[in-house]
Ligand binder design. Structure first.
Ligand SMILES: [Zn+2]
Ligand SMILES: [Zn+2]
Length: 89
């Protein structure tokens, strides 16, 4: 840790534990952090109704998705927003 005594706590840049982006307290709003509350998994959708299930010709990777929202790309923007979480909390 570098010394940051001269910097007001509010302006201090912090790193979000969740999305790994830096933020300051003043920029930390309830929609500042975009993330998936669940993991990127590789399997069929639980109920096999909500999105799709693999057809006989579908490649296996088509079964990868975020467990929370069903987004099928690892870089898909988060489906949930909240405050950033600092390592100090
Ligand atoms: Zn999601
Ligand atoms: Zn964040």
């Amino acid at each position: 840790m570098e010394k940051a005594e001269k910097v007001k706590d509010k302006e201090k840049e912090q790193l979000c534990k969740r999305c790994k982006q830096s933020f300051t307290s003043s920029s930390n709003t309830s929609s500042a952090c975009r993330f998936h509350p669940s993991f990127f998994v590789c399997r069929r959708h639980d109920d096999q109704k909500r999105y799709y299930e693999l057809g006989p010709d579908d490649p296996l990777y088509a079964a990868k998705f975020y467990d929370c929202c069903g987004a099928e790309h690892p870089e898909a923007p988060g489906c949930t927003t909240s405050f950033h979480i600092s390592y100090d909390d």
